[in-house]
Write a new protein. Structure first.
Lengths: 242, 190
């Protein structure tokens, strides 16, 4: 699992989590899960944790949690046992380990199936790999849209110079306007569109109209890249509407 | 069905499958061609499979049943050359974290994030998000417990991705244990 290169170690694999490490230790010691004495492998587990060997840094807290459980089990094993052994943390942990071992087996099987399937090419893959797509269009959620909306409202706040008596904006009218825009230009660049509007009232009405239309699957909002601009398209016959 | 009609059907099915991006439901083809007898339909498929594709070394395609549909796919032995020709990098495989998460969802569906995280011993929101994005799992509802956590289940894409026709084709846990015990036994005597 580890290779040495000019003085420093390259770790190629992490244990997926504390359960993975525990199973590894049980196998290494040639124990069976059912008969395992967890107190025996606690020391080894702690040694791994100390040296950080195979410990995924972003998962360290979960490794520590299990360490605490192991130490608790060990300390209990030193005391006389008055309680019902059914509820012991040791039993619980062993049960979790047995279940986790099954998960590992299923994962292995899925990995094999994935491998077999990846050897078979389908038309879909060729299309995906060949379409000259510069970027992947990703559908965005209403929340991302809202975030941009509030950014723009903030900008607008500084821009107001004079008060103009407010027009009456209606969602129905806005909807017509948006549909007309889409007919003529094909898509709407969300930020650009909103920044062209006259007042905060109009921005708010436009935004609600857009949300409503997206909700009704009349439109679709896509983002070309993270933090990129959001474009609005007509939802062609519910293509993405599952 | 006379031989002429049989051949015509055969040709049409092959053409349909060739053009289609996704697996095509057999029922749809049968309805379209006006075939009501499933055995007759299967006979056409068997002819296609044996005489035209699978058993013929000079043919590059084979008939595949996955996700409850029929699909033409390339034969597995051609993978390396195809990769070279199309200059495609190794297809990205799922990470172990994603596979584990998917295992739990597949066998326990519908499952909540908390259940998944407990079984794996680590927080699993990352892999769940990844699987949602890949459309291998979807939210099917909310569990009626405090917090109304989302319930996750596998999708038709999951079946296609792993070459399954339906979920019942996944081996049961007992079968799985036997499967791996057979494989692992010899190593004990090394």
């Amino acid at each position: 699992m580890e290779t040495e290169f000019s003085g420093y170690q390259v770790q190629t694999e992490f244990f997926e989590g504390p359960l993975d490490l525990l199973l590894h230790l049980i196998r290494k010691n040639r124990m069976s899960i059912i008969e395992v004495r967890l107190s025996q492998i606690t020391a080894e587990y702690l040694a791994y944790l100390k040296s950080k060997r195979g410990i995924n840094p972003s998962r360290e807290s979960e490794f520590l949690m299990t360490a605490a459980t192991l130490i608790y089990i060990k300390s209990r094993s030193l005391l006389p046992k008055p309680e019902n052994p059914e509820e012991s943390p040791e039993k619980q942990l062993i049960h979790t380990l047995i279940e986790y071992e099954k998960i590992q087996k299923i994962s292995k099987m899925l990995r094999d199936m994935e491998y077999t399937e990846l050897l078979l090419w389908r038309r879909l893959e060729i299309n995906e790999n060949f379409a000259n797509r510069e970027y992947e269009l990703k559908e965005v959620s209403a929340f991302q849209l809202a975030e941009i909306f509030f950014d723009i409202v903030k900008k607008k706040e500084y821009e107001q110079f004079l008060e103009i008596p407010s027009k009456n904006y209606s969602i129905a009218k806005k909807q017509e306007e948006i549909l007309y825009l889409l007919e003529t230009s094909g898509y709407i660049d969300f930020s650009e569109y909103v920044s062209r509007l006259d007042s905060i009232e109009e921005v708010v009405v436009s935004f609600f109209t857009l949300l409503e239309m997206i909700k009704r699957h009349m439109l679709i909002a896509v983002q070309e890249q993270l933090f990129g601009t959001i474009s609005i398209f007509k939802n062609e016959a519910g293509k993405l509407d599952n | 069905m006379n031989p002429e009609e049989f051949n015509r059907h055969l040709a049409l099915i092959e053409a349909l499958l060739f053009v289609s991006k996704e697996p095509v439901e057999p029922g749809r083809i049968m309805e379209f061609l006006g075939i009501s007898d499933i055995e007759e339909f299967e006979k056409i498929l068997a002819t296609m499979e044996k005489d035209l594709l699978l058993d013929r070394a000079e043919r590059g395609l084979m008939l595949k049943r996955s996700g409850g549909g029929l699909q033409l796919v390339t034969k597995s032995g051609l993978h390396e050359e195809l990769k070279q020709f199309f200059t495609v990098k190794q297809a990205t495989k799922l990470t172990i974290a994603s596979l584990e998460t998917l295992s739990i969802i597949a066998y326990r569906q519908p499952a909540t994030l908390t259940e998944i995280s407990l079984m794996r011993g680590v927080n699993s929101s990352g892999p769940v998000k990844n699987l949602l994005q890949k459309k291998l799992v979807k939210i099917t509802g909310r569990k009626q417990v405090p917090g109304l956590p989302a319930l996750y289940a596998t999708t038709p894409e999951f079946l296609i991705y792993f070459g399954l026709n339906d979920l019942s084709e996944l081996p049961s846990l007992e079968e799985l244990t036997e499967l791996f015990e057979e494989k692992e036994q010899p190593s004990l005597f090394k």
